[in-house]
Unconditional design. Sequence first.
Lengths: 325, 259, 267
Amino acid sequence: MIEVNGISKSFLVAKRPSGLWHAVKSVFHREYTTVEAIKDISFTIPAGEIVGYIGPNGAGKSTTIKIMSGILVPDHGTCSIMGYTPWEDRTLYVKNIGVVFGQRTQLWWDVPVMDSYELLRDIYKIPEHSYKATLELLIETLDLSEIIHTPVRQLSLGQRMRCEIGASLLHSPDILFLDEPTIGLDAVSKIAVRQFIQRINKERGITIILTTHDMNDIEALAERILLIGKGTLLYDGNIQGLRGKFGTRRTITAEYQDYDQPLHLPEVSILSTTANRAILSVDTELTNVSDVISQLANQVQLMDVTIQAQPIEDIIVQMYKEYQL
Amino acid sequence: MSLYFRYMIILLKSQLQYRASFIMLTIGQCLTPLTSLAAMYFLFERFGQIKGWTFHEVALCFAVTHIAFSMTEIFARGFDTFPSLVRDGEFDRLLLRPRSTVLQVLGSKFEFTRLGKFAFSVGLLAWAMMQMPTPWTTIKLMTLGFMIAGGVLIYLSIFMMAATLSFWTIQGIEIVNVLTDGGREMTQYPLSIYHQRIRRFFTFVVPFACVNYLPLMVLVDHKEAQSWYALLPLVSVLLLIPSIGIWRYGVRHYRSTGS
Amino acid sequence: MRSSWAILRLRFQLGLQYRAAALAGLATQLFFGFIFIMVFEAFYAFGPKDPGMTLEQVITYSWLKQAFLSLMMLWIRDNELFQLITSGNIAYELCRPCRTYDFWYAKLLGQRLASAALRCLPILIIVLFLPAPYGLTPPADAASLLLFFIALMVGTFMVVAISMLIYISVFVTMNPSGSILLFAVFSEFLAGFIIPVPLMPEWMQRIVYMLPFHYTVDFPLRIFTGHIPKMEAIQGIGMQLIWLSVLVLLGAWLMKRILRKVVVQGG
């Protein structure tokens, strides 16, 4: 479905030092530096998959998305999506994709959503009968009936995002690019958007490529993660694999009957203790959780024990640290 | 073409959302040519003529220029304000749609408030036409139409080339105002009143003369007029073709640099 | 005055950074200057003997207008202020430790001075060395030059005071473009921005001289060309000062009233 092979892209950036003297100097002479946005990125995505594309700001995420959606031409490498090379067959290719930029709107700001949809119908030359069918489906699944006749500027961010996603699905694309679709949304709207993404993926088999900074999005949606940092692909796999590789710490919260001696637990870092409660952090590569619990049981009268895996958010932070991003 | 009208309708709806502002701006827009015209009238009152041209002849010229310019602003404003389209990342969105970029940029903005200016200029044109001593033949009316259409095409071409330039740099893009606003300012008067070098530049490089004083000579039965001057406005097409080519090249460049 | 200076420096620096913009502005001003001058030249070619001003004076007038455009143009739009007013964020502005009128006045003045500083010198130098008849004719003596500078400065203060009234009017209309465009277009005409006042018909001149606008453009420029004799110039500067204080007092008073209303309404 999607085959990306060794794509690289670099940009020229003008240096602009501050200060009055430099400002005067730059009138006559200006220096440029080459910034490699992405270096030799390759991956394949089969049809119907949801892929989370993550990385810190400036890692090269949007450059990759722009190349895959045909906006940018890479310096090197090949890319074949549904048999097209995105940047060569632009007008033919883009009929098959939908793109949502969470930070920007593709709807006409001052007119009702419906007007925007009708204009998009003409832009994409969608036949009337299939437009009607798709629109009905979208109105039903995205719950748009209440808001579709409201001007976009009067919608809340969450309502707007539903309309944005609807707009990029009107022409029934096979691939959907979502660039931070949940940015700025409240908890309820986030969940609604996630559920919808899941639903169109399941019911219509749309391949989805999702960039986000919200790891809950990733956890809820993506079976597979592509991690990019400083322009190179650092990890390609599922969340479990990520956990196995980086998320080796577990947090144990133990409650017990009053005990005033210090706990003796080798290889374990004690995060906090009170007379009847201790929070411990265990690295499963050094010792395993059941050993720790039995050591604990030897010393105190245990009442309750909970074990938590490391939140994905922390894992990502740890990964960024590890790769010095 | 039908898509172009759809764009027009949706943007007209948008602008009408701010009715008070829209009306005020439309009125305000007819004042700019009004004060220029008043200045011109005062100068004629004092000096009588300008190098042999009378007031109503120059008024005709003035009206044609402002009609052409305001029409370009109404219909091709997207290219005029193109740098902001790039800066806001909206141009990326246009590239994601399966239609030609020229059509989409044209459809991205219409400046309907310029209708005020347009209506004012049409009124002036009608007045100036009635002042003419000789009757308006079909040929003259066609020439007039050509002059306006040709003017629109020249301004559109300049807008497009300036927009293309903004793919490389938006710095100093104001220089294009020399050709657009400057061209409009200049062609309010018949170009023959200017210095020879200016006249040559605006005949052979940017062919304003071909939609301005050369066909105007036919309209006012100037003694040096040649009948083929009536067809000169068609030259403007020769400017449009390369500017579309240059635009395409610019889009290609944008897509390889992303800047 | 301090904030005015700070803004001036900042804008000047910004202006230098956008080198091409400055060059483009320069070329544009020169081009427009040539157009105006050639139009006048053509009118003068077969005109009456004494049309009210000599061609030489009109040419100098036109070049000075191009050079000091940013001090004289009424219509320089500061979108930041507009947004402040229409978005209701004005509340922040009220927390500043100085009078809003003074602060905005300083800001607008600083902007104008900075862009004039960037543009006027190159233009003046170029047009001073242009071949006749297109060149700028220097003033007759040092006294006229001095009077010109004083009149220009007071005129600039007046322009800023008038544009402050425009900004204040936005509080009422909440519509930053239409009505202001209307006002600006007329007042620039009355200021002698499009043609010098002596070239207007008698009846128009009578109207113009009753209003303050001509003191911002026509008056200083005609001092430079010597069209206005020195004694008359000194009297005129007195009138400028009177108008200036009227405009500033009016503006400050209106602003105070309107801000109080904004505060009561809760912005």
